[in-house]
Design a protein around this ligand. Sequence first.
Ligand SMILES: C[S@@+](CC[C@H](N)C(=O)[O-])C[C@H]1O[C@@H](n2cnc3c(N)ncnc32)[C@H](O)[C@@H]1O
Length: 256
Amino acid sequence: MFDSYEDIFKKRARRYHQAMELCPLARATEFSLAVQYLNIKSNMTLFDIPSGGGYLKKFVPVEKVNYIFVESSDDFASHCPVNDHSCTLLSGLTELPFASHSADRILSLAALHHVENKQKFFRQCLDLLKTDGFLVVGDVDEESKMAEFLNIFVNKYNSMGHEGLFFTKNIEASLKDISLEVVSNEYKPFFWEFDSIQKAIHFFRDLFGLDLATDKEIFSGIEEYLGFGDGASLVSINWGLRYLCLQPEKQVQFNE
Ligand SMILES: C[S@@+](CC[C@H](N)C(=O)[O-])C[C@H]1O[C@@H](n2cnc3c(N)ncnc32)[C@H](O)[C@@H]1O
């Protein structure tokens, strides 16, 4: 039987984290784009849902941000940075146990495709956001090269499979009855960057749990589904996400 993604990541977290440690800057552009959209200022409270091992923090150039890392996997949670300005909470994505209107910003990066009930997640974020706060969601588009890579290649070579439910073309329409307004909706192509092909293969094997693939098969999968690009590093692999920026709809005030 296909395990739930919550269970799958409980098993995959350790190797995913090893990949992020081996190549901490491979996804730098992906995180930096999220940070640009978040427009974070000092003293804001930023929820990262789900956070993995808290990778976001090193890409935020602002001091004194209060981070709340939310994870369903205790292995990931154990790697999140902890100090006076950050804490980690174990929670599923659709049962967020937080006070209403406590978030200035919420990020959800590379995770929503694991969530079936996206509307429930968005409703909870709406409840969590302050009236002037906003939510940034970065994820893969349906019918993209990345979606094929994940649902065909990763599905074949990860013994636990991969069945992502990616952003569809009607994502904006599906938000109409949740009082979230779309501030921006942009697809951004970028590279994942490595200083050698061996490291790239190692990263892909651990990040995606490709326990059934040889090095050669991983190389061919990258070449066939994603392709190599002309980035700043020795090895640049095409990737891309849609970044949706959403804010609570403004309530119109009528004078009595
Ligand atoms: C691909 S990782 C992304 C982590 C981090 N945001 C990043 O970009 O590296 C997916 C995350 O989603 C969490 N996750 C996946 N499916 C989940 C579910 N159904 N319920 C709760 N958490 C889930 C996993 O624990 C994991 O941290």
